[in-house]
Design a protein around this ligand. Sequence first.
Ligand SMILES: [Zn+2]
Length: 306
Amino acid sequence: MKKWLLALAALLASLGLFLWWAVLDGAAPSRAEGVFDLGAYRALVAEDSAAALPTEIRVEFVGGSPRPAFAIQAGALGSREIAYTSFQIIAPTGRTIIDAPVDRALGEAMTGKGFSFSDPSYERVLAAMANATIIAVTHEHADHIAAIARHPAPQTIAPRLALTSTQRDALAPLAPEAALPPAIAAIPTLSLSAPTRIGPGIVMIPAAGHSPGSVVFYVKTSAREYLFIGDIAWAMSNITDLTARPRLLHWLWPAVDTDRAQVLAQIRALHDLAGTEPELVILPAHDAAYLRGLIATGTLTEEFVP
Ligand SMILES: [Zn+2]
């Protein structure tokens, strides 16, 4: 064979290997022990009386946009609907909000074509935040914290915020004119080095990987148990198929998956947990179709109460 032909073959092979590595490979490791310890979270809320436990989890779909499936799950084909959500945990002792999504302007700027937005839904989130006992977020990316930075009543929501310093420090660029209201800038932050009970039936768990400030919430209601996993997986199929986002995403958006090895381990751990604890409800923040399915079965309720 001619030399140039060999060189061309080698080049094409390397290119193919690179494309596989960048776009098609999202395989989780074969083992990941001790990543999520459900027994430890249960123990933290074991003393909570049944009467104090949350009774219901509600969800708002503030917006949505179609995404190519391969960007959500390496190697997947077609298109998937990404939802921008917020969750409300209803308990006799008060309400907890998890995730504070984008408003219309920020959502349009972030996503562009095909973006849909519900003004009434966003208004319900703002109202529920003002009436919540606790406002927390799964991580410090704009689509999970923007409604804190842009809330029309910063003085009202400030005392309710339960954020780590990493999460709080990401708020300022999202505030109107990048000026974070002083009441929010001055909040005390949580130092979260271990799973911590933040209310009856609610545990906040450090889970860096997708971002340095990522956390997971374990919630025990009177009916079942939930695990709010934020953006560890953008779709439930990442967990069932043991396949993460492609590496390409991190190169395009360096804030996504700052510790990819950790995300892959978490996906493996969630997959195993889904097998050993089939009644546990795993809640990825963005999987529109899966979350709507949970509404259909009564596992979630659509629309916040004020
Ligand atoms: Zn997100």
